[in-house]
Design a protein around this ligand. Structure first.
Ligand code: SF4
Ligand code: SF4
Length: 168
């Protein structure tokens, strides 16, 4: 979904449900903690494997980040709309938030698919370092957060169908 449409949906949601802004802010704080802990596990790995990657995940599709509605609302609860962060890198299949030194979005508030889905190389390195269990715990914490988020955004829906952005 494009950034402009996500922003429209966020504005419409907040206008209709102003009290939910604080709930989104609280979840955004938890999200930040989870993502910073994920980064602490992944940074030591990606610095070694990503520069040599022949099929960089951030260059595989011309998207405005892998935002879904839920993670965009979480992002917006604590950040300005990221229109001005978009990078004019000229890469035909590059994500518009890919800067010269990597992702320009805050390291504690990236789209869920960007932080939940690891490639084979990174998964293998997590195993090799003995960090896979720690990553799985954080992944599951993000799943639970997504479920709470779902109920805030879709209060009329009793059952959360599936966590948005979950890895296969
Ligand atoms: S995370 Fe995996 S797919 Fe993405 S750039 Fe690094 S090695 Fe490549
Ligand atoms: S990590 Fe950042 S640059 Fe990479 S796809 Fe996600 S939003 Fe885009």
């Amino acid at each position: 979904m494009g950034l402009e449409l996500l922003e429209e949906r966020y504005q419409a949601f907040i206008e209709k449900n102003p009290a939910c802004r604080e709930q989104l802010r609280i979840l955004s704080g938890y999200n930040s903690l989870i993502q910073l802990n994920m980064r602490a596990l992944l940074d030591g790995i990606t610095v070694g494997v990503c520069p040599a990657c022949a099929a960089s995940c951030c260059q595989c599709m011309p998207v405005d980040g892998w935002f879904t509605e839920g993670d965009y609302f979480i992002f917006r609860a604590c950040n300005e709309a990221p229109f001005n962060l978009r990078v004019d890198h000229g890469l035909p299949n590059g994500c518009s938030f890919l800067g010269p030194a990597g992702c320009v979005l805050p390291p504690d508030c990236r789209p869920f698919p960007c932080v939940k889905v690891n490639c084979e190389t990174v998964s293998r390195e997590l195993e090799r370092c003995g960090a896979q269990d720690a990553f799985t715990n954080l992944y599951e914490a993000l799943d639970r957060l997504q479920e709470q988020l779902w109920h805030i955004i879709h209060p009329e829906t009793a059952q959360h169908p599936a966590a948005e952005g979950s890895a296969a």
